[in-house]
Design a protein around this ligand. Structure first.
Ligand code: APR
Length: 254
């Protein structure tokens, strides 16, 4: 945000929008203490994604992969929604038409109150049978201790090995979530991209579709990413700082 005039334009845009599509990534949960993937302190600097985020990697090392996801589950349950999550939940009530599509597998948007949302990369709080594909809430299982072979979560229906219900590299995203996101991109008058490098989602075409029918795009991210060149406004700030500041100007002190 360079100057006052641009800021006023941005506030008018948010005040007058009627159909808002919000697309988030790991950066929106960073200020809740959850690591991103590609930042210098991100998950993929500690864990090899080919081992920890592919089906082959999981099947070759189920105990190691489950212990990594057990760690993440514990981080998620200890984390709290931050001001960015809170504002995005308030936006859902403010705009007549609204969809939040998140790439995040944590449950912080839900815990902040968002309901009109889809999770396009799955849900760390659910597990799925590798064989029969049935899914179950993680609360059905005991994650209190580290896993070993006998303790690995098994499907109560067919006895198959269960995996985190997360979309791994080389796997399709959930069709319904993708279709809802494409529809939102095609009908919104404002798209907000918050906290994603765009490394994976660049290929989903959401920003192109939003631009194709004249929607305005706002990105909130401290760093430039693969989607920044689509944005009419780029706010190079942390989401938990920028969103409350902007939202206060849009809704006043209400
Ligand atoms: N506020 C906003 N953005 C932030 C913040 C913050 N406080 N801190 C970091 N960021 C930005 C980084 O600049 C980066 O652009 O968040 C982005 C995180 O990018 P990634 O780590 O690549 O995460 P994401 O874009 O969500 O990854 C997409 O890749 O590995 C797969 O499935 C995984 O869903 C994930 C997907």
């Amino acid at each position: 945000m360079t100057d006052k005039a641009q800021q006023n334009q941005l506030i008018e845009l948010l005040k007058n929008a009627r159909n808002v599509f919000i697309f988030t990534g790991a950066g929106v949960s960073k200020e809740s203490g959850l690591p991103t993937f590609r930042d210098l302190d991100g998950e993929w600097t500690k864990y090899d994604p080919m081992t920890f985020a592919t089906l082959d990697g999981f099947l070759s090392n189920p105990v190691m992969v489950w212990n990594m996801y057990r760690e993440r589950l514990m981080q998620i349950s200890a984390a709290q929604p931050n001001p960015a999550h809170i504002v995005i939940a308030q936006m859902e009530h403010y705009y007549p038409e609204f969809l939040l599509t998140t790439q995040n597998v944590d449950n912080l948007h839900e815990r902040a109150g968002n309901k009109k949302m889809v999770k396009i990369h799955g849900d760390a709080c659910r597990i799925r049978c590798v064989d029969c594909e049935e899914t179950y809430p993680v609360s059905d299982y005991d994650f209190s201790e580290e896993f070993d072979e006998p303790k690995l979560p098994k499907c109560p229906d067919c006895g198959g090995l269960c995996r985190p219900d997360i979309v791994w590299f080389g796997e399709y995203v959930p069709q319904e979530a993708f279709a809802a996101s494409i529809n939102a991109a095609m009908t919104c008058d404002l798209m907000m991209i918050v906290g994603t490098s765009g490394e994976v989602s660049g290929g989903y075409g959401f920003a192109e579709r939003a631009l194709s029918h004249g929607a305005k795009i706002v990105e909130i991210n401290p760093s430039e990413g693969a989607l920044t060149h689509y944005a009419h406004f780029w706010i190079p700030q942390q989401a938990g700082v920028a969103l409350p500041q902007i939202w206060k100007l849009v809704v006043g002190d209400a």
